[in-house]
Write a protein that binds this ligand. Sequence first.
Ligand code: C2O
Ligand code: CU
Ligand code: CU
Length: 474
Amino acid sequence: MSPARSAAEIAVFLLLVALLAGCGEEVAPPDLRQPAGWDDALRLPDAEDHDPAPDVVEVHLEAKAVELEVIPGLTTEVWTYNGMLPGPTLRAKKGDRVVVKVQNHLPEATTVHWHGLRVPATMDGTEHMQKPIEPGEGFEYSFEVHDAGTFWYHPHIRSSAQVGAGLYGAFIVEETAEEAPFGDDLLLVMSDISIEKDGSLAPADESGWFGDYFGREGSTVLVNGKILPTVAARAGVPQRWRVVNAARAHYLRFAVPGQPLVQIGGDGGLLERPLPVDEVTLVPGERAELYMLPVEGESVVLPLLDANRFHLPIEELPRELMRLDLVDEPPGHGAPPLPERLTEIASIGTTGARGQAVEFMEQGSPDGSVLGINGQTDGSLMLLAETNTVEVWTLTNTTNYDHPFHLHGFFFQVLDIDGAAPPVRAWRDTVNLVPGETVRIAIPFDDRAGMWMFHCHILDHADMGMMAMLHLMP
Ligand code: C2O
Ligand code: CU
Ligand code: CU
């Protein structure tokens, strides 16, 4: 700068320098764009909302058989909601009223159960509270949604056969307030299906007693109805995976090689704190929300690992679940760090709480073992509880294999497993029972009196008799 410049000139120059420096820091916008078309191979359509009111969602579900190409080159008649596999995603905001008009075009009766949602007992879709929807008939479900989270829907009659034929879909309840989005949503409905060489669906009673007793795992694993689909990602740009295990019996255990993974949610919405994980296991019925902030690295295939629910001395080789395509673009930037606390989850006061014992068991019989709960192998067991009380249930499994316990209508917290508290507080509706382990759960019942169900969510087991009732009395 020449000394001939005036002080005014110098002042203007300094001001410009200061402004430009400020721009560099404050105005550079975060770049959190996903790669173009990143979820095209996976995006599931939302059910159309037929009610213009902002806080009412009215959707129409038609249960019907359609022919789809699930395995390339083969035509398979599957049972669907609205012709889609999985069914359309139901989406509402916390506090909304949801009306679902169901039409049954199947050759047999059905119902729809809203897995995880705290609906009135009469809307829960079980045979104890509702007349099954006969072929050609309809039913209108109507309820409010109180909890944000990842839920799902499926039939509750002959559920192994009907879910196995393709009847399931996701139900997402969004937070009303400005909840931190944590990343772009990617819904992953995982399931499996058994398709024969000629494209036909394997019979629902395939392998007879063996199928019932061991639980039918489909030969093909599907993610959003697809075989080995691809999702694209970019380093530095977070994704929020909402994963549902809609398989009849398959425990889904998977990892994301080379990428850090943090579980942020479970069955009943956000966990209390983020939980870094190396891999995820979802038992049938269970959900997880995962925060994936990719680091630079290789594209990978997510391995589907053997969850070994039979506790065999050998482990099966990994299969292929889905591809993660890490695009060759400069990394995004500006993702806020995950908060240390995701949500408030109060601990449940259990002093003076009534206790009940629930034993998943089996009994020898001339035609092979049968499965049941507390000595009842025909689904006739009924436990009693009172509205607006807290109960502590002690869950045990005296069989030789794992079983996922599921309770309708109410969230619970796991207090401890063999005396050890879980790492993070969470609301759940499904928990795995390992043989010989004791799981204590606390259930805060509210005022929704009626008949509720609890059962093993290996649906073949539930249908076989590992199912019971909870009569919640006013
Ligand atoms: Cu998803 Cu009775 O269950
Ligand atoms: Cu349920
Ligand atoms: Cu079971």
